[in-house]
Design a binder for this molecule. Sequence first.
Ligand code: CA
Length: 236
Amino acid sequence: MTAGVGETGGVRVLVVEDERRLAAAVKRGLEAEGFVVDLAHDGVTGLHLAREGAYDSVVLDIMLPGLSGYRVCQELRAAENWVPVLVLSAKDGEYDQADALDLGADDYLTKPFSYVVLAARLRALLRRGVVPRPPVLRCGDLSLDPASREVRRGAAPVSLTAREFALLEFLMRQAGSVVSKADLLSHVWDSADDIADLNVVEVYVGYLRKKIDVPFGRRTVQTVRGAGYRLAADGG
Ligand code: CA
């Protein structure tokens, strides 16, 4: 994971592709560009190698026997393995490239592609390095992506201010549990802000409800009298 990008000679790439001729061709193409390439021909082997081997990047086909590329990517991210992943997708594939990015891939290429382009994309990923991408937080059909800072109710994007986002993220990380106003104040508001007033929490919870609940007829942010707030799955 620490190989220098300037000298691709030491950069190790795992290619997971079940079409053996294509896999062999990708291997030759990338080796010609100076990469060191290992191959796996099914998802289970690919996941195992990606976990165990110290790869600088993984090129992952989507439709794979055993375990799909999506699942492989999902499993890696769930295990907090942030190796850069480039997904290969067929043009008429069952899935969308956007799905791959949602599941934690870093980039994608549609088949057919040139090895020069693939190599260039991989170098770009390697320059970016290992970027932690925490998985998307979900509560019912409400989702929050800490990496892209996107919030959605179902498919509908919800626009939040930075403070509202931080408030929702804190509640979502403890969804189902009661969170006190004092806890919210100390975690979401900088202690240096010198805001001692718990009412500010109530005000912001009100703002949040107006954006994530009211327009959708939901009651996600519940008031627990005398204790604080609890985020409950409502919808989805
Ligand atoms: Ca395939």
